[in-house]
Design a binder for this molecule. Structure first.
Ligand code: PLP
Length: 376
């Protein structure tokens, strides 16, 4: 029996999503820019998916731009803010995904954009007074703060940050890749200008995502070519992927309360059982805090073991992560910023509604065996 506990890296496709996509892979294969029946059919699917996503988020259809995923959505938002809106100072955090940090790095080299990092405490809580100070003492600001961190699961108060940005006339971008479909987002209330999301984190297909861009905000394209997506993103749209993403978001939003309750129980059961059997267990960031971290992520720090723990779990058919899937084996900057002891072992367990309590029990048993303790 294989156990998949790496849902922050990617989630399995929901069977109903595959069902919704299949006709667009097999029969309705038209190009949405073509002026014939097959093209019109594809365009209708494209626009109805846009409308469905916008409705679920209380946004307007024209504010949704389809992309190849979260990375591209983050890139377009940040590059546009800097190049089209004359932003010369970006306020961000050390906890952002490389899709944000590497884009900022490139902009600072190309345009000399200044970057400031919001201070944080040892759990990773952001110092929002420092953010306010940075907003007060600079003009032409973009704030880029993720809703939740992908490695340790820390949640940020994007409502409060959005209000601060409005107060000081700053643009606000947030990466919601880890929370879209898992938390409710009401974009008629959230004071955000740009927001990035990715389908494969909520049981949709890989290689497709979207950027929300508030009406009136200018976008500068980063991929040059045809006039697709109202000129904001060139390239033939991935119709099966987009149809699948709309379906996946609809399913996720329709079941958010029951799914979050179920998954939270899995997380707290694993945290509780591991605490009992592993006396030296620590939690990274706010991971153990039910209100300050994602209910889908539990990041633990374990005493050094005699064996390669991740390899051992993998050989037992248990898929977990050592940090995030995107760090490519290099030491995690997020864990470093949290002052994690490099001699200890980090495991990120990340859950979905397709996991079961039996799977959690089995993981506890396997870890208990390594540390020679008795599974609860
Ligand atoms: N932002 C965050 C917080 C993520 O966790 C990820 C993927 O792990 C991304 C962005 C990139 O998304 P994508 O894989 O769709 O490019």
């Amino acid at each position: 029996m294989n156990i998949y506990l790496d849902n922050a890296a990617t989630t399995p496709l929901h069977p109903q999503v595959l069902e919704a996509m299949t006709p667009y892979l097999l029969n309705h294969f038209g190009n949405p820019s073509s002026n014939h029946g097959a093209g019109r059919e594809a365009r209708a699917a494209l626009e109805s998916s846009r409308k469905r996503i916008a409705t679920l988020l209380n946004a307007e259809a024209e504010e949704i731009i389809f992309t190849s995923g979260g990375t591209e959505a983050d890139n377009i938002a940040i590059v546009s803010a800097v190049t089209a809106n004359r932003i010369d100072h970006v306020i961000t955090t050390v906890f952002e995904h490389p899709a944000v940090l590497q884009t900022l790095r490139s902009l600072s080299q190309q345009y000399h954009t200044r970057i400031s990092f919001i201070r944080h405490d040892k759990k990773g809580n952001l110092d929002l007074k420092h953010l306010e100070y940075l907003l007060m003492t600079n003009t032409r600001n973009l704030v880029s703060v993720m809703h939740a961190n992908n490695e340790v699961g820390n949640l940020n108060d994007i409502e409060f940050i959005g209000d601060l940005c409005e107060k000081y006339g700053a643009l606000f971008h947030t990466d919601t890749v880890q929370t879209m479909g898992h938390y409710r987002h009401d974009l008629s209330k959230l004071k955000v200008h740009f927001l990035a999301a990715s389908a494969h984190k909520f049981h949709g297909p890989k290689g497709v995502g979207f950027l929300y861009c508030r009406k009136g905000q200018q976008l500068n394209r980063i991929i040059h070519g045809g006039g697709q997506e109202s000129g904001a993103r060139a390239g033939t749209e991935n119709i099966p992927g987009i149809v699948g993403m709309a379906k996946a978001l609809e399913i996720a939003c329709n079941h958010i309360e029951e799914d979050s309750k179920y998954i939270s129980q899995l997380k707290s059961s694993l945290a509780g059982n591991l605490t009992e059997i592993l006396p030296d267990l620590r939690f990274n960031g706010n991971s153990a805090h039910p209100d300050k971290s994602l209910y889908t992520v539990l990041s633990v720090s374990l005493a050094p073991a005699d064996i390669d723990l991740l390899h051992y779990l993998d050989s037992e058919g248990i898929a977990v992560s050592g940090g995030s899937a995107c760090s490519g084996g290099s030491p995690s900057l997020v864990l470093k910023a949290l002052g994690a002891d490099p001699a200890r072992i980090t495991i990120r367990f990340s859950f979905s509604k397709f996991n079961t309590p039996e799977e959690i029990e089995r993981v506890v048993e396997k870890l208990a065996a390594v540390y020679n303790s008795v599974a609860a």
